[in-house]
Ligand binder design. Structure first.
Ligand code: GLU
Length: 373
């Protein structure tokens, strides 16, 4: 199930909390940032677009200002953030550089995203940066925020950014494995909840409050962020950012952390995305029997119904499905590449392994990844 969902993710927002980015002294943990940037580079190589929402400015500034305590007054926090934000960007720049990646700093306030014009400007800028292959690193513009124009915490900001950027997944990196049935610090028998289908009161209760000396959010703000992203049809995965390889594992659909599924509107939005957002990179012509099974019986597309494969595409690509009259009637994500699909034309599902020497499943396009037009 996770793997299916993750296959459709092309653009991801990764939210990294202060607790992940700092060491036990509250200073930026360059080793952790290095590992995270290495994983971002692996995602880029897989063709994913990555946007980072990073905390850590206040924490970095605090050690820079020589403060041994968490700044409490607003001007202290703002001063710490101003000093720390440049340190934070330096840390990302120097850790992305070995992977030939560049960072861009984007600072936002909630007032910015509340105005349609600024919202659209932010969207256009993010799109353009991603087009250049740059990694946008977003934080709240702490220098100018007062309560009325504050996101409050970067969990909330990250949920809004997934919407601005029209991302397909929010990945929250925090300092514990995921959402537990109770606070694991005080309840040793608390259990990790791998899947949250809907954010009920019980789930909100399990999330409780925050008790950390760095960062402003706790579990409650993370669950609230997942809820907000879910309303826009976006799934959230929460994992421990302190574990090597966790980002890639999460994006590959491994059962790590907690997956929050979006509400039903989500599915519609995903289908909307397959039908209207993705640019098809190939065409598959099917016979009348297959067309009928897809249109009337809710079936998946089997290789036996495929007549012709055109275009060059990778596994997971968006494909136009046409009948023998040449008219497109559906779109879907292909489980096999064009080269593989050509070899499978007209064969039985049971023959796939014999022909390719391996198989990814019995269907060329699974029903869940298919939209009738
Ligand atoms: N903007 C703050 C910072 O960079 C973090 C806020 C938060 O962690 O939620 O330090």
């Amino acid at each position: 199930m996770r793997k299916e969902l993750l296959k459709t993710v092309k653009r991801v927002v990764i939210k990294i909390g202060s607790r992940v980015l700092t060491d036990s002294n509250g200073a930026l943990d360059m080793a952790v940032i290095g590992i995270i940037c290495g994983e971002i580079s692996l995602l880029r190589q897989k063709g994913l677009e990555v946007i980072v929402v990073s905390s850590g400015a206040i924490a970095a500034g605090r050690s820079e200002l020589g403060l041994t305590y968490k700044p409490r007054t607003i001007p202290h926090k703002q001063a710490a953030a101003a000093v720390g934000q440049t340190r934070l960007m330096q840390a990302y720049e120097s850790s992305l550089a070995p992977h030939k990646l560049k960072a861009a700093q984007v600072l936002l306030t909630s007032e910015d995203l509340g105005s349609r014009q600024r919202f659209l400007n932010a969207r256009a800028t993010l799109d353009t940066l991603l087009g250049f292959g740059i990694i946008p690193i977003i934080n709240e513009n702490d220098t100018v925020v007062v309560d009325e124009i504050k996101f409050g915490d970067n969990d909330n900001l990250s949920a809004l950014v997934t919407n601005v950027a029209e991302a397909h997944l929010l990945l929250i990196l925090t300092d514990i494995e995921g959402l537990y049935s109770a606070d694991p610090n005080t309840h040793p028998d608390a259990k990790l909840i791998p899947l949250v289908k809907g954010i009920s009161r019980d789930i909100e209760r399990a999330a409780g409050g925050s008790n950390s000396s760095v960062g402003t959010g706790g579990m409650a703000t993370k669950v609230a962020a997942a809820k907000k992203a879910g309303k826009n049809g976006i799934a959230t995965i929460m994992v421990s950012g302190k574990r090597d390889g966790i980002i890639v594992a999460a994006l590959e659909g491994e059962e790590v952390g907690t997956l929050f599924l979006p509400s039903d509107i989500g599915l519609n939005r995903r289908k909307h995305w397959i039908a209207y957002t993705l640019r098809p990179s190939g065409k598959i012509t099917v016979d009348d029997g297959a067309k009928n099974a897809l249109l009337k019986k809710g079936k998946s597309l089997l290789p036996s119904g495929v007549v012709q494969v055109e275009g060059r595409f990778e596994r997971g690509a968006c494909i136009r499905l046409c009948g023998s009259d040449g008219v497109e009637f559906a779109r879907g994500l292909s489980d096999y590449s064009s080269a593989e699909s050509i070899r499978l034309v007209g064969c039985k599902s049971s023959e796939i392994e014999g022909i390719l020497g391996y198989h990814y499943g019995d269907v060329i396009i699974h029903r869940d990844n298919l939209v009738l037009l």
